[in-house]
Design a protein around this ligand. Structure first.
Ligand code: ZN
Length: 266
């Protein structure tokens, strides 16, 4: 009898072969469960995002798709990738500006790959799989899972960025290979608001920049805003939404029939 250890580096429990979870038939890596497998993949992604590695991989993946569908020539792709090294632009944008591809083709390929459609989510929608993945992953990839049905094996998620969706489809396809997964695009602001409502608003507010105001004042304003949001949640206000403007923060929502809008300034 061979002994196995869980391949999640943060777990490494000893497993018996009968109880081990394998991601696919060819895989030699064993995990305690699908959840442990998901965590291991999540940590890899979070780690790679911190080192800024995955972006390059994603670019290549989009490039490979475009080549495969004969939408760009190899030398055009190489030129665009070269140009991208010194810019903050997305690969798709560069290809568009260079006239190598039409916006229609670009959209088509992104949609084709991910089965993407726009969606309009309810701000009060509850985040599924919230305890399945680390919170960090949701914030890094900016996505929400808004439908998860284990019995019917259905899963729907929305992300803010079509390029991230390519990456998410890879991740979810590996963790839930037997699920019918639907991918959608949603406004970034809405995704962040839903994440903030489900996890608490701290990270959302922290990652916003507020002009030239000094740091202490901003921290103070953010703390006030966070306290205010928890207060709104405690009195069951609905549609609570945080919007950032140049150097102030707007919190809006609804209390029974009354709509309110409050501003915070550093
Ligand atoms: Zn494990």
């Amino acid at each position: 009898m061979s002994r196995l250890t869980c391949a999640n580096p943060y777990c490494q429990k000893i497993l018996s072969r009968e109880n081990a979870y394998f991601a696919d038939k060819k895989s030699t890596k064993a995990y305690c469960s699908r959840n442990c497998f998901a965590l291991a993949l999540s940590y890899e992604i979070i780690d790679a995002h911190q080192r800024g590695l995955k972006k390059a991989e994603r670019r290549l993946k989009l490039g490979a798709l475009l080549l495969k569908n004969k939408l760009v020539e190899p030398d055009q792709l190489l030129a665009a990738l070269e140009q991208q090294k010194n810019s903050s632009q997305k690969l798709g944008e560069i290809l568009l500006e260079s006239g190598f591809i039409t916006s229609k083709d670009l959209l088509r390929i992104l949609a084709l790959q991910a089965g993407v459609a726009p969606v309009s989510l309810d701000l009060n929608c509850s985040l599924k799989l919230k305890d399945f993945f680390p919170e960090e992953l949701f914030w890094r990839l900016e996505f929400v899972v808004f439908l998860f049905n284990e019995r019917e094996k259905e899963l729907s998620l929305a992300a803010a960025d079509a390029e991230d969706l390519l990456y998410l489809s890879d991740l979810f396809g590996r963790i839930f290979p037997d699920y019918a997964i639907k991918y959608f695009l949603e406004e970034r602001d809405k995704i962040l608001n839903i994440l903030a409502a489900n996890f608490g608003s701290n990270r959302y507010l922290k990652e916003k920049s507020f002009g030239e105001a000094d740091n202490k004042k901003i921290v103070h304003m953010q703390q006030d805003a966070i306290n205010f949001i928890s207060f709104l949640q405690s009195i069951k206000a609905e549609d609570v939404r945080v919007l950032t403007e140049k150097n102030r923060l707007q919190i809006s929502g609804r209390l029974s029939d009354y709509r309110f809008r409050i501003f915070f300034e550093p």
